[in-house]
Design a protein around this ligand. Structure first.
Ligand code: HEM
Length: 413
């Protein structure tokens, strides 16, 4: 299990194993649980006790924690029973309180409105559109990594991974190159807890509100253009909905992918045999990308609210109750994945839930794969390699699995 398994709290919980009454002794919204990244031992103990648990966090947040793959897949796909319109992420206190932006942005709507909003922007992110970004992704990855190598090493998380996704997507998202640091800072705050998140979202939305005001073009080249074109074509869409949709997409686009990139490098450095097989071409890059997505799983959970009483894996969920699918846990479900705690770069099939499932399946799914492929190909083709200079550090937060630093040094290949 590598270094994450070394944490004392985890070891204690590990020893308790299946005897752990997860809902009694674990608080999934305790940030300290995430100090070393995703708490896989906790989730394993929960899965051994069952796929669905009633959970009460110390902050008062109450929800059903879904830790099994099959039950998680059902929640994410069965949108008629599990609505997104009352929040898609847990809150620290009351999960039934009105959710800001509900019904006005893709992630917080159900079909048919969701289908309309998603269709308005989908053409920017089709596999074909995204393939065209492949050359740019290679160029950006090459240049960031060349800088890092020229300095003999550095912090991969901040010097490379943080800058990479947004730099590649800047043009389709409609962000001027000189504004990238500002947007990156604002999206970073958006995935913090509580008040920082509000100020982050505020700044992202202010940025796009200004852009709508100054640009009414319908050239269809970037996000705002796509939304304005859809409105001109008859879709009812307020300025507020446009700005919220931009916020939804830009935060998702810049944050999760960077943590998948850092997590992927760490996974390879911690598994030298797998890394060697990849470098020697004994494992394909495509399957490696899928396994690294399964392994890193930066989005910790996806929340839904039951609209009626229902049964989920033998548990009765009542109308109005919050349900959170813990995606990294579903990815380690031994009933679906053989050797779930092993990094198997040629794993196939690999039905991980890292990018969600159902109508809200990540809009950037194709793009993420292009980004990770570009990074891996550069690392594989380089005539030097990277090694850990110091242990990585993680941000303690249950909102998203975030690496704060990944210090690396350049070593012979
Ligand atoms: C490795 C990187 C990424 C991960 C782990 C990830 C994860 C996810 C997950 C789990 C969902 C579903 C949430 C839910 O069902 O509640 C989602 C949705 C979404 N993602 Fe990603 N994402 C990543 C990268 C991106 C990128 C690069 C974009 C850029 C366009 C993006 C845009 C979105 C959007 C707009 C949604 C909402 C889709 C909808 O509601 O229809 N994501 N993502």
């Amino acid at each position: 299990m590598g270094r994450r398994g070394g944490h004392d709290v985890f070891q204690t919980i590990e020893k308790q194993g299946a005897l752990l009454s997860a809902s009694l002794s674990v608080d999934l919204l305790d940030s300290a649980l995430y100090t070393n990244g995703n708490p896989y031992q906790v989730w394993r103990a929960m899965r051994e006790a069952g796929p669905v648990h009633h959970h009460v966090a110390k902050t008062g947040s109450q929800f059903w924690a879904v830790v099994g793959h099959e039950a998680g897949q059902r929640v994410l796909t069965d949108w008629k029973v599990f609505t997104s319109s009352r929040g898609a992420m847990l809150r620290e206190e009351d999960n039934s309180a009105p959710y800001p932006g509900a019904g006005k942005m893709p992630i917080l709507t159900d079909p048919p409105r969701h289908t309309e909003l998603r269709r308005a922007v989908a053409r920017l992110f089709t596999p074909r559109a995204v393939r065209n970004l492949g050359a740019l992704a290679s160029e950006v990855a090459g240049s960031l990594l060349a800088d890092l190598r020229a300095r003999g090493g550095g912090d991969f998380a901040t010097d490379v991974a943080a800058k990479f996704p947004l730099a590649v997507q800047a043009e389709i998202l409609g962000i001027a190159p000189e504004d990238l640091p500002l947007v990156l800072d604002a999206t970073g705050r958006s995935v913090d807890e509580a008040e920082h998140a509000a100020s982050g979202h505020h700044d992202v939305m202010a940025y796009f509100l200004k852009a709508i005001g100054t640009r009414r073009s319908e050239a269809g080249r970037d996000l705002i253009d796509a939304l304005l074109t859809a409105r001109a074509g008859g879709l009812s869409l307020s300025d507020e909905e446009i700005v919220l949709t931009c916020d939804n997409i830009v935060v998702a686009a810049s944050q999760t992918a960077q943590h998948a990139a850092s997590g992927s490098l760490l996974a390879l450095l911690e598994h030298p045999e797998a890394w060697k097989a990849l470098r020697e071409g004994r494992v394909g890059v495509g399957s490696a990308v899928e396994e690294l997505l399964r392994w890193t799983a930066p989005a910790t959970h996806a929340m839904r609210t039951a609209v009626c009483d229902t049964e989920l894996a033998g548990t009765t969920i009542r109308a109005g109750e919050a349900v959170a699918v813990w995606l990294p846990s579903a990815n380690r479900d031994g009933t679906v994945f053989a050797d779930p705690d092993e990094l198997v770069l040629d794993r196939s099939p690999n039905p991980h839930l890292t990018l969600g499932a159902g109508p809200h399946l990540c809009l950037g799914a194709a793009l993420v794969r292009v980004l990770l492929r570009a990074l891996l190909e550069d690392l594989i083709g380089a005539d030097t390699s990277l090694a850990l200079a110091n242990p990585p550090t993680w941000q303690s937060t249950w909102v998203i699995n975030r690496m704060r630093s990944l210090p690396v040094t350049v070593v012979p290949a």
